[in-house]
Design a protein around this ligand. Structure first.
Ligand code: SF4
Length: 462
């Protein structure tokens, strides 16, 4: 952690988004990105103003914008938000990406936010794609947890963070869930669930939070699909978003109809997802694909009617199953489910569910032998100079060299091998087979979970 301290005194400013989340009002934010090519921030703000005004007028749904960072843009989401009218800034939230930013950059963004009276900041570690492994390694990433810790130093921000529950291997899901607890412990006051279509995983997350008495509000990111977007998802171009073969086929069938039929199917899917998320406990939705005030209005109408139509979980479930036509959302290869009977009933408060323990994860003989050696040589490496035994560390632990050795704290796996340099847990991009989103190797943090399950009983299920 850097020594730099964020020392900002923020005035008390009205925060409609925070109020809505605390008061249980359903929130509807339209997702938009900072533009890649806009010449000036004024032009960019002018461009999104019509959509923003429409969203702010949706009082009953606590409408606003969720502005996403693009590292390639010449300005940040926080800067763009600060170009919008002052009295409306906290109807929205700005994403703060750690990609291409070090601690000082994050602090400077936070200072800018504080100066502009912006309170709602969603921290993300940032996408690695479409960069190569080498580009990624040479790039600075600040993890969402580090950003949250920096924000915690200044009172009155309302920070949140993202989570990707769409994992179908126990080790990847467990890594994510322990990361979730760390994010909450680091000050996240709301969560944003990464885009996905599998309502089963959203309900799993909701059960996990209830089971662990984590009553933090969360927003679910939904996507209003267009034919273009379907093609990008099908070809795996959208970071962290993977779909099953069956679901791909369903989308391809929908593409075969005319454009009105395709659009109707997407709106119905959106309605069902939003209503289902609400019944599972979500506090609102962030919808991508809302590109104009007209679309924002249509989506608002659909959301209102869906929230009205589905007041009971069983009714929603029948309709959802009908719409999905029994399509499996997971590929057969990995299909770990944390709880039984998810997506068959609402949360059983009378008899809280117990997580499925997949037992000990496989660790090969050579991995076990390597672990023994590392433990023997580096058991106290965190107490010594990081450069001590560097060659041995390189040979036995693929050490990449850093300022402070943390091998004993991470099952003797060098976390510097994560191309984003993340220390606390996996990013949202871990692939279906547990591999890193950028390279053809096991995600460093999945490996840590796998090794740790062999060493001591884990308590991820609670
Ligand atoms: S090693 Fe894991 S956490 Fe690091 S970039 Fe790859 S998938 Fe993300």
């Amino acid at each position: 952690m850097s020594e730099i301290q964020l020392n900002i005194a923020l005035e008390k400013i009205e925060n409609p988004l925070q109020k809505a989340l605390a008061g249980g009002r359903f929130v509807y934010l339209a997702e938009c990105h900072v533009p890649e090519e806009e010449r000036s921030i004024v032009q960019a703000a002018e461009r999104i103003m019509p959509l923003a005004e429409k969203m702010w007028s949706l009082d009953d749904l606590c409408g606003g914008l969720a502005i996403l960072d693009l590292p390639e843009s010449s300005f940040s989401a926080i800067e763009l938000l600060s170009a919008l009218p002052e009295n409306k800034r906290n109807c929205n939230c700005a994403f703060l990406s750690g990609s291409g930013r070090d601690t000082e950059d994050i602090i400077s963004e936070l200072k800018h936010a504080a100066g502009a009276g912006i309170r709602n900041i969603t921290t993300v570690s940032g996408d690695a794609l479409p960069r190569t492994l080498r580009e990624c390694r040479s790039r600075q990433f600040t993890s969402s947890i580090n950003s949250l810790q920096l924000i915690r130093d200044a009172e009155d921000f309302f920070p949140g963070s993202t989570i990707n529950p769409f994992h179908y291997r126990a080790d990847a899901l467990w890594g994510t869930l322990s990361n979730l607890k760390r994010k909450l412990a680091s000050g996240a006051e709301y969560l944003v669930v990464q885009s996905g279509w599998d309502m089963l995983q959203i309900q799993t997350l909701s059960w996990y939070m209830l089971r662990n008495r984590l009553y933090t509000p969360y927003l679910v990111r939904l996507t209003l699909l267009t034919p273009d977007k379907v093609e990008r998802i099908v070809s795996g171009e959208v970071p962290g978003v993977r779909i099953s073969r069956d679901f791909r086929k369903l989308l391809e069938q929908e593409l075969c109809g005319n454009s009105a039929q395709f659009e109707a199917a997407q709106y119905r899917r959106l309605e069902l997802q939003a209503a289902g998320a609400r019944l599972m406990g979500a506090s609102g939705v962030i919808v991508s694909g809302v590109t104009s005030p007209g679309k924002a209005e249509i989506v608002a109408r659909k959301l209102r009617s869906a929230l009205d139509e589905f007041k009971c979980f069983e009714h929603w479930l029948d309709e959802y199953n009908l719409h999905q036509a029994g399509v499996e959302m997971t590929n057969a290869l990995h299909n770990y489910r944390l709880y039984d009977r998810v997506l068959r009933r609402s949360y059983p408060f009378d008899e809280p569910p117990t997580g499925n323990d997949p037992g000990v994860f496989p660790v090969s003989r050579s991995e076990r032998f390597g672990q023994k050696l590392r433990k023997m040589f580096f058991a106290n490496a965190h107490c010594h100079r990081a450069s001590r035994d560097r060659l041995m560390k390189k040979l036995l632990a693929s050490c990449r060299g850093c300022q402070h050795c943390r091998l004993p704290e991470h099952e003797f796996v060098c976390v510097e091998n994560c191309p984003k340099g993340l220390e606390f847990g996996p990013c949202g991009g871990v692939r279906e087979d547990g591999k890193c989103e950028i390279g053809n190797f096991e995600c460093v943090h999945v490996k840590i979970v796998r090794y740790s399950s062999n060493r001591k009983p884990q308590n991820y299920l609670e």
